[in-house]
Design a binder for this molecule. Structure first.
Ligand SMILES: [Zn+2]
Length: 123
């Protein structure tokens, strides 16, 4: 147990397609780095996490939702995930990495995600 996210989810693939179409080279799921970032730009020392709102307790409607049963269990589990995310992010930053988190609710085709990625990675 302890594995929060499944790899190669639809949202993750959408972000990867975008990053690829912008011409960036990256590596995937680098286990050596805290939190196993989804998309890693080693030369730039930048990483992107694609986080499911529910699993990572995003501050949006989908992230605040709790299942109707076993609420205590879910609350503890999801808060634990969130805590671990914060811990990993701090660790990455101390190691000199820059981190961008893309939430599934922010994945769109209107171009705002693209702008975000371009701002983060630089041209
Ligand atoms: Zn969200």
């Amino acid at each position: 147990m302890g594995k929060v996210k499944s790899k190669n989810t639809q949202p993750e693939l959408a972000v990867r397609r975008l990053v690829h179409s912008l011409g960036y080279r990256y590596r995937l799921h680098v286990k050596k780095l805290p939190g196993t970032p989804d998309i890693v730009f080693a030369k730039k020392k930048k990483v992107i996490f694609v986080n499911g709102c529910f699993w990572h307790r995003h501050n949006c409607a989908g992230g605040r939702r709790l299942p109707h049963t076993r609420r205590k269990f879910w609350h503890a589990k999801l808060e634990g995930n969130k805590k671990r995310d914060g811990y990993n992010m701090g660790k990455l930053k101390r190691m000199g990495w820059m981190v961008l988190t893309i939430w599934t609710c922010g994945i769109d085709s209107s171009g705002s995600m693209k702008k975000k990625v371009l701002n983060f990675l630089g041209r």
